[in-house]
Design a protein. Sequence first.
Length: 83
Amino acid sequence: MIGRRIEVVADLARVRVICDGKVVADHERAWAKHQTVSDPEHVRAAKGLRRERLRVVPAADTDVEIRSLRDYDTALGIDGTVA
């Protein structure tokens, strides 16, 4: 359900997660301070999705022009001489 809209329903005893009308997680509520309940399979899937999202694949056949800084000076009306 990573990246999808979910609904979390919690009461004093249970926590349920619903996605597209289906219960996708249901467990006893943990009341310990600073505790997070994570399914190891979900953690692995999340890491993989983050890696894919952050991966930048350069286009192999794309030429990129390298401009001289003087072109920018000219465009901005700067003559480039130091007084």
